[in-house]
Design a protein. Structure first.
Length: 318
């Protein structure tokens, strides 16, 4: 290979993103762990296929979450004196108001999770703003709460979402996957210059949907994993993130992890969490509020720019 002088990069192709860095935790804390529960109920299945509204069995599968899974999970959390974060679509709040109020009365954090677990891929900003506002209204009407945090359905933020959240006074989001550590996200095109959100990152490996979800013709690959496998995966990641000084964020769905053997596996994971020195088991909001005090420089998650020279690469519509 012969050496050559580097030539100028094409304008706009190089990412402006910078690598994340570990954060400083409160005294005596070396890492954090957050238990989060997406109380989706029927909404994601109806978003996938609205005709499922006429299928009693799939609807009963989803209603297991608020009717059985949430009470079981609340009992486990109370037994271990742990506060968790519940992400609740507005439609689920309207449909199961007593369950949502029980979550709030138990002292857990309630966060925004859309209105109908909408698929935001390709959604315009006006529609996304409307679903955010309706979700806020539902949580206020049902539980009297005004959430500080948000998680996108299927973790699908659009490039409009951070601005829409900042305009509505949200402090934090938990949908992006480019870090093991919490960070401050710069919000572009916001009405207020310098607007930011705290980002508490997630990953698909810490989501129970990938392990347990299956409804014929509606979701899942047809393979339902053992809770022992899920427990092993999550424990390995917990221990690794504890060594890194990172934030472990587990995402569970009450209609999945609320089933008996899975709930027992979750409780064993909690017991392992409690055995780790310096691990702060808390809500996502608490981690976000701490991160916001650190004066971190904002990071970006820039949209890719396609090379004009690579004319054969497909372009997105519009």
């Amino acid at each position: 290979m012969t050496e050559a002088e580097p030539s100028p990069q094409p304008d706009g192709l190089a990412s402006s993103a910078v690598p994340p860095v570990p954060i400083t935790w409160p005294d005596g804390v070396t890492a954090a762990a957050c238990l989060t529960f997406d109380m989706d109920a029927e909404a994601p299945i109806l978003t996938e296929d609205i005709s499922a509204i006429n299928r009693m069995s799939p609807m009963s599968h989803q209603s297991y979450g608020p009717l059985v899974g949430v009470p079981r999970i609340l009992e486990i959390l109370a037994r271990h004196e742990i506060k968790a974060t519940f992400f609740i679509p507005g439609y689920s709040a309207h449909r199961y108001p007593d369950v949502v109020r029980a979550v709030a009365e138990a002292g857990h954090e309630i966060a925004h999770h859309s209105y109908f677990h909408e698929n935001t891929i390709g959604m315009d900003a006006e529609t996304e703003a409307a679903l955010l506002d309706l979700g806020l209204r539902a949580l206020r009407e049902v539980a009297g709460v005004r959430p500080e945090g948000y998680r996108a359905p299927m973790w699908e933020l659009t490039y409009n979402t951070p601005r829409l959240l900042a305009e509505r006074g949200f402090l934090w989001d938990s949908s992006l996957m480019d870090s093991d550590h919490p960070y401050v996200l710069a919000v572009s095109d916001a009405a207020e210059p310098g607007a930011t959100l705290v980002e508490i990152p997630v990953s698909w490996g810490l989501d129970d949907w990938e392990q347990y979800a299956y409804l014929p013709g509606l979701t899942g690959p047809g393979v339902i994993e053992s809770p022992a496998k899920a427990l092993e995966m999550w424990t390995l990641e917990l221990e690794a993130m504890h060594r890194l000084g990172a934030a472990f964020v587990l995402c569970c769905h009450p209609f999945l992890s609320g089933r008996p053997s899975r709930a027992e596996a979750l409780e064993r994971l909690i017991e392992r969490m409690k055995s780790l020195n310096g691990l702060w088991i808390t809500t996502v909001g608490e981690v976000a509020r701490h991160t916001a005090t650190l004066g971190l420089p904002p990071r970006t998650c820039p949209q890719p720019i396609l090379s004009k020279d690579a004319y054969w690469v497909a372009r997105p519509p519009g």
